[in-house]
Design a protein around this ligand. Structure first.
Ligand SMILES: Cc1cc2nc3c(=O)[nH]c(=O)nc-3n(C[C@H](O)[C@H](O)[C@H](O)COP(=O)(O)O)c2cc1C
Length: 201
């Protein structure tokens, strides 16, 4: 069992909702699957660059003899390899301006690569990955229902990306409405923690 654990909150673990919940989930998975290998990627502490001309070029060029291109390609390969190797991906992500933080979007841009994680066929694109993803999400407002549901470009985006890459088994855990006051914050966290307990029971 290989677990890839990703965090994208710009708050530290002492206060971050998603960091706390994603690590609770990973701890439970570790207990459920003794001997599981965990790869941890903190996309805030170790940020990936935006895809620029060097990176774009490195993906298509022959890097022989070019140290900069070779380094860029080896980073790309490492990111793709660890995602391919994962049986379970746990993504802790807050909502920033209705969608993923840009650090997480940068990771997506590095791993969603034709020929590596998906490919085009005569019938359309086909994901090359498999496994399961847990999306551990948090937002100040409420988006799972109600008047702002159409503003949720976080869960919908991540579900679309992972299913596009072939990971169709997607479970969403939310702590939402945390900006509505301390009571709602605590209730949202308790609710998410209960979901995690139930999932890995
Ligand atoms: C830059 C930034 C943008 C945010 N944008 C939204 C938003 O669009 N909608 C929302 O409901 N909450 C928004 N929030 C609130 C966070 O989603 C919320 O505080 C969440 O719990 C953060 O997760 P964390 O505690 O793991 O960092 C934003 C927070 C920050 C820092």
């Amino acid at each position: 069992m290989n677990i890839l654990h990703i965090d994208a909150s710009a708050s530290d673990s002492a206060v971050s909702h998603t960091r706390r919940l994603s690590s609770e989930l990973v701890e439970r998975l570790e207990t459920a699957y003794p001997g599981a290998t965990i790869v941890y990627r903190d996309l805030v502490a170790n940020q990936l660059p935006h895809v620029d001309m060097t990176i774009r070029h490195a993906w298509t060029a022959d890097s022989t003899g070019d140290i900069k291109l070779a380094e860029t390609m080896s980073r790309s390969k490492a990111l793709v390899d660890e995602l391919k190797a994962a049986d379970v991906v746990v993504v802790g992500s807050p909502m920033y301006n209705f969608t993923v933080p840009s650090t997480l979007k940068a990771w997506v841009d590095h791993v969603a690569i034709a020929g590596q994680t998906f490919r085009y066929t005569a019938e359309g694109p086909r994901g090359l990955l498999s496994g399961k993803v847990y999306l551990v999400l948090s937002s100040g407002g409420i988006y799972s229902k109600g008047p702002f549901a159409a503003y949720d470009h976080l869960s919908t985006y991540l579900e679309a990306i992972f299913s596009f890459l072939g990971i169709l088994d997607v479970e969403v855990i939310r702590a939402e409405g945390i900006a509505y006051g301390p009571e709602q914050d605590q209730a949202a966290m308790a609710n998410a923690a209960q979901r995690i307990e139930a999932i890995v029971a």
